[in-house]
Design a protein around this ligand. Structure first.
Ligand code: ADP
Ligand code: MG
Length: 224
């Protein structure tokens, strides 16, 4: 297997609700660099909880999580936030683009650290848009793009910090099948460049293109 990006070791996530819920039940998973993993499972099975743990937005109640070989389990919140900014990009079903800003300005908004000059940020945003095939749309407002182009703009924004891991929750849920294909073709290209991609999906079309599929049922993961 290629160098591991994700190493989950017996993760549990309990919510102390009434009654308490074990949203993740002893989940172990290794995902290598450049892998494309699809996660399927019914509503309420734990998919979003798993994505939140993988994205360092939530901590497991027990078990270990190494990201790029770094043990995140014992890290303080500030270090986890920095690691998230450095290594992880997120893509959602809705594109969350601001309608009164151009595409390139939307991508530039991803830069939260402000270490770069405005010019440097703009150049990197343009490079990210080129990488997703939107070099011809940089000055357009989002409402003049197709759904697939909007999602590619959102992916460019997620790529701005040069993450090693892209986490996607129903990324093609708002797209017709032609635009879905365009996004899946882009995922293939990014994967070949060494990006690791994890996608939650209900769509057969999307999971069929993944190198590997897992199912979550009541918080437990099985390899398909
Ligand atoms: P999915 O994304 O597969 O629909 P979730 O990961 O959102 O499932 O939820 C898994 C289980 O954990 C569900 O039973 C849900 O009700 C519960 N759950 C999720 N988040 C919370 C929370 N913050 N507090 C209490 N229970 C939660
Ligand atoms: Mg969910």
């Amino acid at each position: 297997m290629p160098e591991p990006v994700i190493e989950l070791d017996g993760i549990c996530r309990d919510f102390p609700s009434q009654p308490p819920v074990r949203a993740l039940d002893t989940v172990s998973l290794r995902v290598g660099r450049g892998d494309y993993l699809a996660i399927i499972g019914p509503s309420g099975s734990g998919k979003s909880t798993l994505l939140n743990v993988l994205g360092l937005l939530d901590r497991p109640t027990s078990g270990g999580y190494r990201l790029d070989g770094i043990d995140t389990t014992t890290m303080r919140d500030g270090a986890r936030t920095r690691l998230r900014g450095d290594r992880i990009g997120f893509v959602f079903q809705s594109f969350h683009l601001l309608s009164h800003r151009s595409v390139v300005e939307n991508v530039m908004l991803a830069e939260i650290y402000g270490r770069q000059s405005r010019k440097g940020r703009r150049e990197r945003a343009l490079a990210a848009l080129e990488r997703v095939g939107l070099a011809h749309r940089t000055e357009f407002p989002p409402d003049r793009l197709s759904g697939g182009e909007r999602q590619r703009a959102a992916i460019a924004r997620a790529l701005l910090g040069e993450p090693s891991l892209l986490l996607c929750d129903e990324p093609t849920g708002n797209l017709d099948s032609r635009n879905t294909e365009a996004v899946l073709d882009l995922f293939d290209e990014l994967r070949e460049q060494g990006l690791t991609i994890v996608v939650i999906t209900h769509e057969q079309e999307v999971s069929a293109r993944a190198g590997r599929r897992v199912r979550i049922t009541d918080g437990a993961l099985t390899e398909l």
